[in-house]
Design a protein around this ligand. Structure first.
Ligand code: BGC
Length: 357
């Protein structure tokens, strides 16, 4: 689809709720909520596309959602000061209703990466628009910085909402970037906690000269791309990052797109649009434009006749027997998935060299 860039912007804008929130997917029942993770990338994509007002409305929603939960954050801080892991009622959730309410029912809510990514996304918004944060934004950013600073040492669910008993480099990368971003906006010189995170990653999350899926694992996960872009925890050209990308290429690409990790069985474990865009983004940043463009073309070819991109493409599955199981459980693969579109927008801007440094 040749005008997928314009169509992606349109799909995202059409689905923004009056509150400013974005549903992960407007039609997939479990995804009709707003995730900090997905929406932080969506807001960044909108800023690149010049849709600053929409990005700003999302950040208003996010700041409001955080500020009204200041008591929860304070309870979590109190617990961690006493060395106690906060209880489920003392943590922020990964997703909220579009009106900022808690979603009823059980969900793997203890996830920290989305909050780090949100801080990064707000700071990119402020840089691009040359605006100052409102007092409401400042308050929410400070609360989140305190929250993720206090909690990063605890295991939590990863960005795929799995493996709650592990510490995940991608999550640490997002927290690192978020803390650096908040420190630069609040004018605080102190990014001590971010430096500690980096130290832990370099000391504990590298095996055989590549980053690993979680501390203690031998494997990779395509989300590790985030450590270079956009979180800038490691230089994209560094051997350890290049080796990680080579490992991802060798083990997580069986078709045109990128799988999450080898033992992924969600809908059989197909090729994810957003990860394919992240790999392209990485290549664009290191100047490998042809590789980036090939990945962009592969994504364009996955859009349906309405220009919709799904979450994943079930062409080369890790484990075929799980595809029908998930189809039966949750219906068709989510489509459109808004952060698939967002990451396509980001990739396109990266290829054109239009992402501000
Ligand atoms: C993914 C998350 C994502 C959520 C909403 C989950 O299946 O693993 O990364 O935030 O869907 O899109």
């Amino acid at each position: 689809m040749s005008d997928l860039l314009e169509r992606s912007i349109e799909i995202i804008l059409n689905n923004q709720h009056p509150s400013g929130a974005f549903p992960a997917s407007p039609v997939f029942p479990n995804y009709q909520y707003c995730w900090f993770r997905d929406s932080a990338f969506i807001a960044f994509a909108l800023d690149l596309a010049g849709k600053h007002e929409s990005a700003s409305r999302f950040h208003d929603w996010a700041a409001h959602t955080v500020n009204k939960r200041a008591d929860i954050i304070n309870r979590a801080l109190e617990k961690t000061r006493d060395g106690i892991m906060p209880r489920s009622e003392d943590i922020l959730h990964a997703r909220y209703t579009l009106n900022s309410e808690d979603v009823e029912g059980v969900w793997p809510n203890f996830q920290l990466d989305g909050y780090g990514t949100w801080l990064w996304s707000v700071s990119e918004h402020l840089k691009i628009t040359k605006k100052d944060p409102s007092p409401t934004w400042r308050q929410a950013m400070k609360l989140i910085a305190e929250y993720i600073s206090a909690l990063w040492r605890y295991p939590c669910y990863d960005c795929w909402e799995e493996f709650p008993d592990r510490i995940h480099p991608y999550t640490l990368g997002a927290i690192y970037a978020g803390l650096k971003a908040e420190a630069s906006i609040s004018g605080s010189e102190d990014a001590h906690e971010a430096d500690l995170i980096k130290e832990v990653l370099f000391n504990q999350a590298i095996k055989d000269d590549h980053f690993i899926k979680h501390i203690g694992s031998d494997d990779v996960d395509a989300s590790l791309l985030g450590l270079a872009v956009p979180y800038h925890l490691v230089e994209p050209e560094k051997p350890v990052m290049r080796n990680t990308v080579r490992f991802i290429e060798n083990t997580l690409r069986h078709g045109g797109g990128v799988h999450r990790y080898n033992s992924d069985t969600y809908y059989g474990g197909g090729e994810w649009i957003l990860l394919t865009a992240w790999l392209g983004w990485y290549y664009a940043v290191i100047g490998e434009r042809t590789k980036a463009k090939n990945l962009q073309e592969w994504i364009s070819a996955q859009a349906d006749s309405q220009g919709y991109l799904a979450e994943q493409v079930p062409a080369t599955l890790n484990d075929e027997k799980y595809y029908p199981i998930w189809r039966k459980r949750w219906g068709k693969i989510a489509k459109p998935l808004l952060w698939s579109h967002a990451n396509y927008i980001i990739l396109t801007h990266a290829i054109e060299g239009n992402i501000p440094k």
